[in-house]
Design a protein around this ligand. Structure first.
Ligand code: HEM
Length: 417
C-alpha cells in the first residue's frame, strides 16, 4: 500500500519539514538510530513505533490501534470495504464472504495463470521490456480479469482507475482536492462498468446458464441470508480488491526487480533459480529484495484509547487516545533483534518474518496469492537470457507520483549471453 499510507505526507503534517526531509533521504539510518535510542515515540498527537516486537504488538492490538482513516473515503468511492472497517460484524461478514470466494485452493491456479500471462508478455518483447507497463500491469490485469471475472475496458484504464482510487484512499493523507477529484471521476467510471458485469452475471445465474467458476460467480451464488453479499456490496468489495491489487503488486514487483538489478550476484542466482524452474527459491530472492525496496515502509493506525506499549520494559511508552501512529514496518524488518544480520541480503529468512503484508486483523487478504504471484512474474522475467538494466534513463526507475512509471531491462542476445 510513495508508500501506503503516504508516510511522508503524514510526517510533513505532523513534524518539522527538516525532519521529514531527513527521514526521506536517510530513513534506514534514522530508523536504525531510533530503534537504538528511542524505539517508541509518543507525543500528544503523533506516535512512532520502530522495533519488530512493538510493530507486531500494535498491529495485533486492533482494539487500541484502529483504522478510521479509510472508511469515509471508501464510501465516497463505492461503499464499505474490509480494510477500512474495525472488527465489527460488517467486517466479519464481508471477510467471511470474501474467504468463501477467494480460496486457498485457488492459489496454484493463480500461480499458473500469472506465469502464463507473464510469459506471453516476455515473449512479445523484442530485446527489452518495460517491466511496469509491458509486464507487471498487463499480467495482473489479465489474471484479475480471469480470476474475478471482471475485466476492465483495457489495461490502461483499469490501471488508471485502481491507481487513482488507491491514491485517494491510502495515500492522500492530507486530503488534497486534486487526488480526490481524480479518484471520484475514476470511481464514477468504474462503478457502472462493474454494475453492468454484475447484472449480466446475475441474469445468467437466474437463467441457469453455464457460468465460469470465478470469484464473481461465487460471490453472487452465496445468498445474503446465508452470510453472502448483496450485489451492491459485491461491487464495493470488488472495487476495493482491484484497487488493492494492481498498484501494490506493480510497485512491489518493480521495487524488487530494481533492487535485484543493483545486486549482480543475487541477480545471477535469481536467474539460475528461474531457469531451474525453482519458483520457491526465486520467491526468496524477491521477498528479500522487497525488504530493501518495500511497497510501503509504514502503516498508519489511530490510537483509539490511551495505552502503554512495551509495558514493564525500559522503553515503555504511553500512547495518547486520538494520536496518529506511524507503524514502521520496514524499520521492523531491519531490527537486528528480529532479523539476524539485517543489512545483509539473505535468502534464508522465513517468509512469516517479513512484514510486507502487515500483521494482525488487517493482514493482507492477498498474502498467499502474492506469495506465488510475485515469484511467478519473476520467473517469467528471469528464466531466459541474462537480464540487465537498459542504458540511460530508461534503465532507471521512473515515477508517476507515488507509482512506478517505467523501468526498462534488456535481454542479452544469444551471442552476448
Ligand atoms: C505485493 C502486493 C501487496 C502488498 C505489498 C500488500 C500489502 C498489504 C498490507 C501491508 C496490508 C495491511 C494494511 C494495514 O494493516 O493497514 C494489506 C491489506 C489488504 N490487502 Fe494487500 N497487498 C498486496 C496485494 C494484495 C492483493 C493481490 C489483494 C487481493 C487479492 C490484496 C487485498 C488486501 C485486502 C483486502 C487487505 C485488507 C485486509 C483486512 O483488512 O482484513 N492485497 N495489504
Amino acid at each position: 500500500m510513495g508508500s501506503w499510507p503516504s508516510v511522508n505526507d503524514v510526517l510533513r503534517q505532523r513534524v518539522s519539514s527538516a525532519l521529514s526531509q531527513a527521514l526521506e533521504n536517510h530513513s534506514r539510518q534514522i530508523f536504525a538510530l531510533l530503534r537504538r535510542v528511542r524505539p517508541l515515540i509518543a507525543t500528544r498527537r503523533f506516535g512512532v513505533v520502530t522495533r519488530a516486537d512493538d510493530v507486531r504488538a500494535v498491529l495485533a492490538d486492533h482494539s487500541h490501534f484502529t483504522v478510521p482513516f479509510y472508511n469515509r473515503k471508501m464510501s465516497e468511492i463505492s461503499g464499505p470495504f474490509i480494510l477500512g472497517l474495525d472488527d465489527t460484524p460488517l467486517y466479519q461478514r464481508d471477510h467471511a464472504a470474501l474467504r468463501g470466494a477467494i480460496r486457498p485452493a485457488d492459489v496454484p491456479r493463480l500461480a499458473a495463470a500469472t506465469l502464463a500471462a507473464a510469459r506471453d508478455h516476455v515473449a512479445a518483447a523484442d530485446g527489452e521490456i518495460d517491466i511496469v507497463s509491458q509486464l507487471v500491469d498487463p499480467t495482473v490485469d489479465r489474471v484479475i480479469a480471469e480470476y474475478f471475472g471482471t475485466s476492465g475496458p483495457d489495461t490502461a484504464t483499469q490501471v488508471r482507475w485502481s491507481r487513482e482510487i488507491f491514491q485517494q484512499i491510502f495515500l492522500n493523507v492530507t486530503n488534497s482536492a486534486a487526488p480526490r477529484q481524480r479518484a471520484l471521476a475514476a470511481a464514477a467510471e468504474m462503478r457502472p462498468y462493474l454494475d453492468a458485469q454484475i447484472a449480466t452475471r446475475r441474469a445468467a445465474l437466474n437463467e441457469g446458464d453455464r457460468v465460469p467458476d470465478d470469484v464473481l460467480t461465487r460471490l453472487l451464488q452465496h445468498p445474503p441470508e446465508e452470510g453472502g453479499l448483496h450485489d451492491i456490496a459485491v461491487r464495493h468489495n470488488l472495487i476495493g480488491l482491484i484497487a488493492g491489487w494492481i498498484p501494490t503488486v506493480s510497485k512491489a514487483f518493480a521495487g524488487a526487480v530494481n533492487e535485484l538489478l543493483g545486486r549482480p550476484s543475487e541477480l545471477e542466482r535469481t536467474q539460475q533459480a528461474a531457469r531451474a524452474g525453482d519458483q520457491e527459491l526465486v520467491g526468496r530472492y524477491v521477498f528479500e529484495a522487497l525488504r530493501f525496496q518495500p511497497q510501503t515502509w509504514a502503516l498508519l493506525r489511530s490510537c483509539a484509547a490511551e495505552c502503554t506499549l512495551a509495558a514493564g520494559t525500559r522503553r515503555a511508552t504511553r500512547f495518547r487516545g486520538g494520536s496518529t501512529v506511524l507503524v514502521a514496518t520496514q524499520s521492523a524488518m531491519f531490527d537486528k533483534l528480529a532479523f539476524s544480520a539485517p543489512d545483509e541480503f539473505r535468502i534464508d529468512r522465513p517468509f512469516e518474518d517479513y512484514l510486507h503484508f502487515g500483521h494482525g486483523l488487517h493482514m493482507c487478504f492477498g498474502r498467499e496469492i502474492n506469495r506465488v504471484h510475485l515469484p511467478a512474474l519473476a520467473v517469467a522475467l528471469f528464466e531466459g537470457p541474462r537480464v540487465a538494466r537498459a542504458g540511460g534513463r530508461a534503465g532507471q526507475m521512473a515515477w508517476d507520483g507515488p507509482y512506478p512509471a517505467s523501468l526498462t531491462v534488456t535481454f542479452a542476445t544469444a551471442t552476448s549471453k
